[in-house]
Design a binder for this molecule. Structure first.
Ligand code: DX5
Ligand code: ZN
Length: 224
């Protein structure tokens, strides 16, 4: 049984001055999750938001909030994000040497744990903690900014990760993040991804409902 297709608009591309409205608009338009990009200006060059903003997003929606931590020493903050209302907390393998422990801390804090990998990081970085993850996020651009171009080599990486999860009999959520649009979502879906972050593809569109419907339809077509 294939996992459900989940479209997760990234608020990175939303109008922050009207954040609650923008989150509600995505929910009303058919989003499945809300993706929150946390950047510290150290792990990635950009700086974005912290737990306070997650708390505000929590008040604005009932959808699961998926927090993507692009920060060094994420273990110092995972509990704060879970407490702020994150349903999923994803840390980068490159930033967390004691990944196994960090994943346990996230689960103990009541959130679903995930690991994110940069495009250049091999799957072996997550292989030995796969059983402790509900989700693996494969970056399909270099993290830090929205609006970048999908890196083609990532399609094969998704395929190998899905094969790895299937071989273990694990219903792993595989999330792809970066450059996901109606013309790239098909190939990553066919490769085995089921959670799709979409920043500019949703918040850059005039009609959020149409944008989400187009993404979902393209993903579903490639599964048929
Ligand atoms: C990039 C972030 C992404 C970003 C994706 O570092 O992790 O979530 O918002 O933006 P798009 O969909 O525009 O590539
Ligand atoms: Zn992200």
């Amino acid at each position: 049984m294939a996992l459900p297709i989940r479209i997760a608009p990234s608020i990175l591309s939303a109008d922050f001055g009207r954040l609650a409205e923008e989150v509600q608009a995505a929910e009303a338009a058919g989003a499945d999750w809300i993706h929150v990009d946390v950047m510290d200006g150290r792990f990635v060059p950009n700086i974005t938001i912290g737990p306070l903003v997650v708390e505000a997003v929590r008040k604005a929606t009932r959808l699961p909030i998926d927090c993507h931590l692009m920060i060094v020493e994420p273990e110092r903050y995972v509990e704060a994000f879970a407490k702020a209302g994150a349903d999923l907390v994803c840390v980068h393998a490159e930033a967390s040497p004691h990944l196994h422990r960090t994943l346990q801390v996230i689960r103990a804090a009541g959130a679903r744990p995930g690991v994110a990998l940069n495009p250049a990081t091999g799957l072996e970085a997550v292989e030995w903690v796969l059983g402790d993850c509900d989700m693996v996020l494969l970056m399909t651009v270099n993290p830090g900014f929205g609006g970048q171009k999908y890196i083609e080599a990532c399609t094969e990486k998704v395929r190998r990760l899905r094969a790895l999860a299937d071989a273990r009999g694990q219903a792993l959520e595989i999330q792809v993040d970066g450059g996901i649009k109606a013309d790239t979502i098909g190939k990553v879906t066919a490769a085995g991804a089921n959670v799709f972050v979409a920043g500019t593809a949703v918040y850059g569109a005039k009609d959020y409902r149409q944008a989400i419907a187009d993404l979902r339809a393209a993903a579903e077509r490639s599964r048929a």
